[in-house]
Write a protein that binds this ligand. Sequence first.
Ligand code: 5GP
Ligand code: MN
Length: 337
Amino acid sequence: MSAAVEHRGPAPTPAVLAPFARAGGRALMLGHVHPDADVLGTLLALGQALETRDWRVTYGGPHAAPAALGFLPGVDRYRACAAIEGALDVTVLTDCPNPQRTEGLIDQARRAGGLVVNIDHHPDNRRYGDVNWIDVSASATGEMVYELLLALGWPLTPAIATNLFTAIHTDTGSFRYSNVTERTFRIAAALVAAGARPALVSEWLYERRAPDALAWLGEALRRVELSDDGRLAWLALPAGALPERFIESEELVNYPRSVVSVRVACLLREQGDAVKVSLRAKGDVDVQRIAAQFGGGGHANAAGCTLAGGLGEATPRVLAAVRAALAAAPGGGRPVP
Ligand code: 5GP
Ligand code: MN
């Protein structure tokens, strides 16, 4: 197929390919806190490809995979782990901008001898690996791992294709966000050709709500608040207001974001003595810079951070930072007519 190179982003360099060149190595696919589908899908896909080359692969991170992603092929192999055991040749992290997000596991992996390969699309990646491959033009690290397998010349199995397709599907909001490019669709098409089933992935992701979920969703939506000028919407959830398993299974921040006038949406979740904040924008304000003010990070349109203390302190601090960013935005962050 002569046009095969068209959809390729910055190709992985020989330094990125080299750690995987041998057969029969030992690899750890290391996830970060609260792994999402881009982390899990890429770790599983690359690990499964290595296993076809006789590598011994372990999968894990500080937290287990969420139940809602139980459909990812091979996700049962991914474990929450407190310690890294055995010697390693390579440790791969995907979608992880900051090594602190492994809660110390990366240091244990280094002591186990593993060369650390850092594959990510976050602009604020700290380049903590022995090998760093950062492509901020990728909608998801799913695109990058696809490029990697292509460059290695390794075939895509239906399981690998499903894992990568789901990674891209979720990080692009089902191919709706501004990070979607022609390359995204070309890669998605190749993954479908290799056995990913889009309707099945959508059903697994969005059509499997628990019977009580709609009532909880109603409870959540009642709590959405909108600023007087309509540009800022937020949802503040006190500890225990909604079941954790429900919150984990929904992208609740998308609801305040969906209001026509909204330029920035926030979800604030009180968890113990801290508040986890999710920020979303529609292109007027760089929410990664807001999250960074509180020690967090992410992308221009999707970022997050955690503040110590309760909702009563965190909410006004975060909203003030967002209001300041809106005031400084071109056109005051007003919707484009
Ligand atoms: P979410 O709001 O879905 O948790 O995260 C959105 C984006 O922000 C993701 O790209 C995620 O990596 C990033 N992000 C979320 N929370 C944090 C955080 O506490 N620290 C950093 N550095 N990034 C975060
Ligand atoms: Mn990602």
